[in-house]
Design a protein around this ligand. Structure first.
Ligand SMILES: Nc1ncnc2c1ncn2[C@@H]1O[C@H](COP(=O)(O)OP(=O)(O)OP(=O)(O)O)[C@@H](O)[C@H]1O
Ligand SMILES: [Mg+2]
Length: 501
């Protein structure tokens, strides 16, 4: 083994029924580097890392770690070797404290054999302090924000003396400021000689954190280069196999929005937001921007009957309405595609087609009889349109990659016959190419006369797709602007400081 490689995965293959998830992949990581692993949804990134962690066993290939060949064995053993994987979906116990979670696999014991709680909390606090992480070791995980939970996972890895930490899409749910903290922590870990494998769909991040990048495509190794030898365009080319000039240039023209107001909020307040005023027009994409926690999701909740309106009014087609619950909202042809794919929206044990069609079922009834053939057709269409990578719509949803599951959720809500569609972080965890498809689909829907409200933490995305953007800060609406006058600096500034510069 070359002395500077801490990890060498050689000719790794893994087959699932109907899918060759990995096909002879080579993956080498140098000691102390941040190595980014990228590829489109379903390329095989998580599978490769699950093989490394011992959660899956490779069908073929060999793994060398820290100078020795790893025998096929489980996650406990791999953790003892110094390999820690933080998965796309975090695995913390919400009802336990930070310290309990950090040491859950190896509680320090007193001489008498009992758990040494003082040590648990002292050591956890020391780990936090060493990384300049502001977390109370005795706090319940349920009280932490997503960023702090991520950091708790990192501390958990360190408590097991990890030499290599894998972060599978750590940033997909982080706010900008949480991401900046993560970047600092990664830098500190690197200085301590810890090796990091970093998976993300946000290509710009790779150039901030990474030393080298390996690209996978359809389960195969494509390239491994230093970040300074690459740029975003060349990465997209490696990921897709298409040269950038072949990719459609983005639409920038100002879209014509009808005068007809389909939804209006007048001084609307609920448990989180106050005095919201907005008008959604027929065929409009309205963007809600703001930091995580600014109240964007809560606006959608009230429109969809999930959070009672405590002040002000809501109008649909000029008529005052009082949406009592989600059934009522759906009856008014409003649809909500919620944020957070793991907790809301999918029954993982059901096939893709059932997940896609469950909300829209009534649309497929003819004379009271559900037309399964039509469902099948439409699901196949959406599979094509959103490029859902799965052998068939009959595949169990659990077997799809993270990003492809997200696309199924989106299809489910887009398939529903609604006039107003509320999308909360619709492209979280979705690769750059599929994002384009989703933007196109949103535009097609508005061309058909539907109206869409999109909540997103990615300003570039909103600037791209919205006709109007409202900026939220701390439960208040502080700015709105239309496509002709979008100014990204101004919007960003407003969202951070809470007023217009
Ligand atoms: N347990 C499983 N059973 C069947 N197929 C699976 C299983 N796990 C993964 N796959 C398939 O293997 C392929 C690779 O999936 P993987 O999760 O590794 O992709 P990924 O690169 O992590 O994608 P994403 O960016 O969407 O998270 C996909 O086609 C997926 O559907
Ligand atoms: Mg994945």
């Amino acid at each position: 083994m070359q002395s500077d490689n801490i990890l060498e995965m050689k000719k790794i293959s893994k087959i699932f029924p109907g899918v060759k998830a990995l096909d002879g992949v080579d993956f080498n990581v140098k000691k102390g580097e941040v190595h980014c692993l990228i590829g489109a949804n379903g390329a095989g990134k998580s599978t490769l890392m699950k093989i490394l962690s011992g959660a899956y066993t490779e069908d073929e290939g060999e793994i060398l770690f820290d100078g020795k060949v790893l025998k096929p064995h489980g996650t406990q053993e791999r953790r003892k070797e110094g390999i820690s994987v933080i998965y796309q979906e975090l695995s913390l116990f919400n009802d336990l404290t930070v310290g309990e979670n950090v040491y859950v696999n190896n509680f320090p014991k007193t001489a008498a054999g009992a758990v040494d709680w003082k040590k648990v909390y002292d050591n956890t606090q020391k780990l936090a302090d060493n990384l300049n992480i502001k977390i109370n070791a005795r706090a319940k995980v349920s009280s932490l924000n997503i960023g702090q939970r991520q950091l708790t996972e990192i501390m958990k890895a360190l408590a097991c003396d990890a030499k290599l930490i894998v972060m599978d899409e750590p940033s997909s749910t982080l706010s900008q400021s949480e991401f900046e903290i993560l970047v600092k922590v990664i830098k500190d870990l690197k200085e301590k000689g810890i090796t990091i494998i970093y998976i993300s769909h946000h290509l710009e991040e790779l150039f901030i954190v990474g030393n080298r990048i390996t690209v996978l495509k359809d389960g195969k190794f494509v390239v491994c280069k230093r970040t300074d030898e690459l740029n975003e365009n060349s990465l997209v080319e490696y990921m897709t196999g298409i040269t950038i000039s072949q990719i459609e240039t983005e639409e920038t023209e100002v879209h014509k929005v009808s005068e007809e107001v389909v939804l209006e909020l007048k001084d609307m307040s609920n448990y989180k937001v106050s005095n919201i005023n907005l008008a959604l027009h027929k065929g409009e994409v309205l963007g809600l921007y703001g930091l995580v926690g600014a109240g964007r999701t809560e606006i959608l909740q009230s429109i969809f009957g999930l959070a009672p309106i405590t002040g002000g009014e809501m109008y649909l087609q000029g008529e005052k309405v009082n949406i009592k619950d989600t059934q009522d909202a759906i009856g008014h042809k409003i649809g909500l595609a919620p944020e957070s794919r793991k907790t809301q929206g999918l029954v993982l044990m059901l096939p893709v087609w059932e997940n896609m069609s469950m909300v829209a079922l009534s649309k497929f009834k003819k004379n009271g009889i559900i037309q399964y053939k039509d469902i099948n057709e439409e699901c196949k269409n959406y599979k094509e349109m959103l490029n859902v990578k799965t052998p068939s719509v009959n595949t169990i949803t659990q077997n799809l990659s993270g990003g492809n599951q997200q696309k199924v959720i989106l299809a489910k809500w887009m398939m529903q016959d609604c006039d107003i569609l509320l999308l909360d972080e619709p492209t979280q965890g979705i690769d750059v190419m599929a994002k384009e498809e989703i933007y196109k689909l949103i535009r097609e829907m508005t061309n058909m006369g539907k109206s869409v409200i999109v909540v997103s933490s990615e300003l570039q995305e909103l600037l791209r797709i919205s006709d109007n953007i409202h900026v939220m800060y701390d439960g208040k609406q502080i700015m709105s602007s239309n496509k002709a006058s979008f100014n990204s600096d101004q919007i960003l500034h407003a969202s951070v400081v809470g007023r217009i510069a």
